[in-house]
Design a protein around this ligand. Structure first.
Ligand SMILES: NC(=O)c1ccc[n+]([C@@H]2O[C@H](COP(=O)([O-])OP(=O)(O)OC[C@H]3O[C@@H](n4cnc5c(N)ncnc54)[C@H](OP(=O)(O)O)[C@@H]3O)[C@@H](O)[C@H]2O)c1
Length: 256
């Protein structure tokens, strides 16, 4: 995710490579990222922080406790932007208790290609300068929305975990196509292009999904036959229960 943010920031020319530095834990991800993008790598980044305006936390949530205490000290007066799933603002601001402000975000994996969507919640109202920094950083991953922190568990259930539901649906379409007699490679290709084309049409048209669904559903036709099976199996109820389970799990993880 850090690599995706850096690539997006450099592509959009929000910052020059020379203005960005990264660090990492015990392996070579930091030096590798620096070599690939031209940004600085510092094993101990605290020394460079007096010049920094913002710090993006992009380690795994379970690695948060391993961050150096000197980092929190050096982050005094800086803007902290965290992409750590399920790590509440209270926990972030307890560690970074002298930060200028703290922003908790929930991005998703299409951010790797600039096609993500992120929701964010700041600890305190953002000053103008920080709004711009947050928009630059999150804009490098795709679209973004400001929400209340209490909404982030539901956001996690919808857009955070959502790409996995779409991948699962793509796999189900492929397998069902194979059961209908298609070659697996062709079925996968048709499934991907159908999802991509339908999502692009949906975004482009500005219509509700139900309107576009009805436009391709002739009474007594093939689509109606398939949708009838989905309705009888309570497809919407299934998705409802899936999101509720993801939201419950997100709340449990934040409480750990
Ligand atoms: N992937 C997603 O779709 C997604 C979506 C929403 C939110 N997120 C959040 O994004 C975050 C990153 O996910 P990811 O998949 O990109 O993880 P990742 O590939 O494992 O990257 C984590 C990075 O943090 C570094 N790190 C670990 N401990 C550190 C420490 N003490 N000090 C400095 N750096 C340290 C790691 O360095 P080493 O490799 O050297 O240990 C690594 O470069 C997670 O918090 C996740 O919850 C991810």
């Amino acid at each position: 995710m850090a690599s995706a943010i850096i690539s997006g920031l450099l592509e959009r020319e929000h910052y020059a490579a020379d203005e960005i530095a990264c660090t990492c834990g015990g392996d070579s991800t930091g030096p590798d990222l620096a070599e690939a993008t031209g940004i600085h790598y510092l094993a101990d980044i605290t020394t460079a922080l007096h010049e920094a305006d913002a710090i993006v936390l992009a380690c795994k949530p379970q690695q948060f406790a391993t961050l150096s205490p000197q980092l929190a000290e050096a982050a005094s007066g800086k803007l902290i932007l965290s992409i750590l799933a399920g790590t509440p603002l209270t926990r972030l601001s307890n560690t970074f208790n002298r930060a200028r402000n703290v922003v908790r975000t929930m991005p998703n994996t299409p951010g790797q290609i600039g096609a993500g969507v992120t929701a964010f919640a700041p600890l305190r109202e953002l000053i103008e300068k920080d709004t711009l920094i947050v928009e630059n950083i999150l804009g490098s991953l795709g679209n973004f929305h400001e929400v209340e922190e209490a909404d982030l568990d539901a956001v996690t259930a919808l857009s955070g975990s959502g790409p996995a539901y779409v991948f699962e649906f793509a796999a189900a379409l492929r397998d069902a196509g194979v059961h209908c007699g298609l070659d697996e490679g062709l079925a996968e290709s048709l499934a991907i292009d159908t999802l991509l084309g339908a999502a692009m049409l949906l975004a482009d048209s500005g219509e509700h999904p139900e309107t576009l669904r009805d436009a391709v559903t002739s009474p007594g036709g093939t689509t109606a036959a398939a949708l009838g099976v989905m309705k009888a199996a309570d497809f919407r109820g299934l998705i409802d229960r899936a999101l509720a389970a993801a939201k419950t799990r997100s709340l449990e993880l934040a409480a750990d």
